[in-house]
Write a protein that binds this ligand. Structure first.
Ligand code: DC
Length: 222
């Protein structure tokens, strides 16, 4: 049996950071499922496919020439690691992700990432839909204001323009769409451990989750 840890939660809670730290500590594979939806959103924008055209988007999803390589992301051979991180692409990702045929088209791809010695996967529905039998399910949450502030800081540090009020509005809009869509909505699995990172540092969140990893996978620790 391949051990799997999933981390679900809304945008900007630090899921990706924590998932990468866990994967590095355990030497396991890493699946950033949001990147998958982001690449699809970017490809749709580039090819001018309407974000509400579910059949065309599902076809695009099945033919997506996507490659993840040591934290870098490639679409049809071109690196898109930074291009998929813009607010516009995040919003497009959230729109394409709301279509059931798109989600179905991406399921197998995600499930094939489960390989020994183990997988850390983060997203919205990893614990509820993609890997319902995962050994450990974490739901990482934080207030919209704090998530927007963290994003604001990241953008300013990169020398990019940012407006905190716009970021709060964007995060609320994306949360709303991700939580209220008909298929695989963002929600904590019944057995998920909920961690609220609003008042916690990255190290504190990691330590809290590491306790759970030790509890669930005691044999991994020497
Ligand atoms: O985690 P992220 O912000 O990179 O994800 C971008 C969008 O992709 C998010 O707003 C909703 C969608 N998404 C999803 O629907 N299901 C997932 N498992 C991961 C992301």
């Amino acid at each position: 049996m391949i051990p799997i840890i999933v981390i679900d939660g809304p945008a900007g809670t630090g899921k990706g950071t924590i998932a990468a730290l866990l994967a590095a500590r355990l030497g396991w594979h890493l699946l950033d499922s949001g990147a998958l939806y982001r690449v699809l959103g970017l490809a749709a924008l580039q090819q001018e496919i309407a974000l509400d055209d579910a059949p065309a988007l599902a076809t695009l999803a099945t033919t997506l020439a996507l490659r993840f390589d040591a934290g870098r992301v490639f679409l049809a051979g071109a690196e898109v690691t930074d291009a998929i991180r813009t607010e516009a692409v995040g919003m497009a990702a959230s729109q394409v992700a709301a279509h059931p045929p798109v989600r179905t088209a991406l399921l197998d791809w995600q499930r094939q990432c489960a390989q020994l010695p183990g997988l850390i996967a983060d997203g919205r529905d990893l614990g509820t839909v993609v890997f319902p039998a995962a050994g450990l399910k974490i739901f990482l949450d934080a207030s919209a204001e704090v998530r927007a502030q963290r994003r604001y800081k990241q953008l300013i540090e990169k020398g990019l323009n940012a407006n905190l009020f716009d970021l709060i509005a964007d995060i609320r809009q994306r949360d709303d769409r991700d939580r209220n869509r008909a298929i695989a909505p963002l929600c904590a699995a019944a057995e998920a451990v909920v961690v609220d990172s609003t008042a916690l540092s990255v190290t504190e969140v990691f330590d809290r989750i590491w306790e759970e990893v030790r509890r669930v996978f005691p044999n991994l620790m020497s």
